[in-house]
Structures are given as C-alpha cells and as structure tokens.
Design a protein around this ligand. Structure first.
Ligand code: 6PG
Length: 227
C-alpha cells in the first residue's frame, strides 16, 4: 500500500497516528533523518496516547558509533522521543555501537531480540524503515552480502561508501514483521521511489516483503512526485 501526504509534516503526523493506532509492544525504529519529525509528533501531540512503559524499542539499524555520537540513530531517537516520554529504560534495546567488534554487536543484538520476544525468529509488531537514494534500506546496501542472508537476524556488514561497519537487521527478521512502514520524504528521493515502486527488481528495499504482514509506503508529495 502506498500513501501520499502533502508535506513532510503531514507524513510525520500520519506515521505517528499509525504508531498510536497499532499500539505496538515491539517496534524497530529507523535511522537517518526522516523519522525525526514523527518522533517529535509522538513525544508532543501523542505523548499521553501511548502506553510507553509497555513498548520495547529496537532499531532496524545503527551506525558503528557510540550512543552519544552525532551519527547515532539511537541518539537521534533519544533526543527527539525517548527522553521525553515515560519509557522503561530496560525496554530500550539500543544497538551497542560503541563495541569495536561489530560482529559481536550483531550477535549480541540478535540474542537480545530472541530473549525479549521469546521467539527464535522474532515477529516484531511494527518496523519503520527509510530509503536511501541508492535503494538501500536499514543498512542493507546494493551488492551487500547481507542481501543473501537467510539465517542470521542481525548482521554487521562493512560498508565501503562509509568506510565503516554498520549493524543491521536482516531480511529474514524484517520480513517476519507484522507491519512494515517505509517513511520517505523529499524530492531527492523521487527518482529512487519511482525505481523501487515501479521499476525492475534490483534494489535492497524491494527485497522487503513481509511474509505475513502489512507493507505500507508513506511518502510525502515530493518523494512521490515521479510516480
Ligand atoms: C541509516 C538508515 C538508512 C536511512 C536511509 C534514509 O542508518 O541511515 O537507517 O537506511 O533510513 O538512508 O535516510 P534519511 O532519512 O536521512 O534520508
């Protein structure tokens, strides 16, 4: 399903409303800059509409940096949302990017996901994802070996373009989600949105197809302008 909104503000509002309506107990937050507005709407307008202490927060991916690094997806979510609402701190499961051993971070996070959900293959209630202009999502980039992963829930690929590792949920975990929401905003994404939604299958984002779940693309008008 594709939903198009007049502005990034209306996109954020709709995504926040969806979060509230879904009432997730387990949610994976996306990284990058797009979700920030949604986080702020949740922390503001919907602060009293979510049973925050019941929600387990995960991340669909993280940079290989400490939690106070400007690049940290956890830091952005904490500053925009988590530090403003009454979450249970032991329900905030950040990816420990400060550990120099990225592979160990990935396997530890995989164990955390299994421990918290009690499932060998966790079925997260709600997963947010973004879309890069190269068609990557989470930290699954074009040509990545992670695209072929069938067993692991979390991987730590080295990403050449950033000359660093990333930690990312893999397709087996993502595609087991109950609801997956792509949030895409801005004219710079219009070309890749058209390619991903209407073009031939060759981008990582096109490999996200929940086996038994809902897939929603929430776009603002600029990002949808070439559809
Ligand atoms: C990250 C991501 C990544 C992001 C897209 C879009 O850690 O960067 O999770 O997949 O969602 O690159 O990023 P923007 O929202 O900044 O355009």
């Amino acid at each position: 399903m594709v939903e198009i909104f007049d502005s990034s503000v209306e996109l954020a509002q709709a995504a926040a409303e969806y979060f509230v309506a879904q009432g997730p107990e387990t949610v994976a937050l996306s990284g990058g800059s797009t979700p920030k507005l949604m986080f702020q709407v949740l922390a503001g307008q919907f602060r009293d509409d979510v049973p925050w202490s019941n929600v387990h927060f995960f991340w669909s991916d993280e940079r290989h940096v400490p939690p106070d690094d400007p690049e940290s997806n956890y830091r952005m979510a904490n500053e925009a949302l988590l530090s403003h609402v009454p979450v249970r701190t032991d329900n905030v499961h950040r990816i420990c990017g400060e550990n120099p051993d990225a592979a160990a971070v990935a396997s530890e996070y995989e164990q955390t996901l299994r421990d918290v959900t009690g499932q060998a293959l966790p079925r997260l209630d709600l997963i947010f994802l973004g879309l890069g202009t190269d068609g990557h999502t989470a930290s699954i980039f074009p040509g990545s070996e992670v695209l072929n992963e069938t067993e692991r829930l979390v991987a730590a690929p080295y990403v050449e373009k950033f000359k660093s590792h990333r930690i990312t949920m893999t397709l087996p975990l993502l595609n087991n989600g109950a609801s997956i929401v792509f949030l895409v905003s801005g004219a710079e994404k219009a070309e890749i949105v058209k390619s991903v939604l209407q073009g031939e299958h060759k981008y990582p984002a096109q490999a996200v197809n929940p086996t038994q779940g809902e897939l929603i693309w929430m776009l603002d008008k600029d990002a949808a302008s070439k559809l």
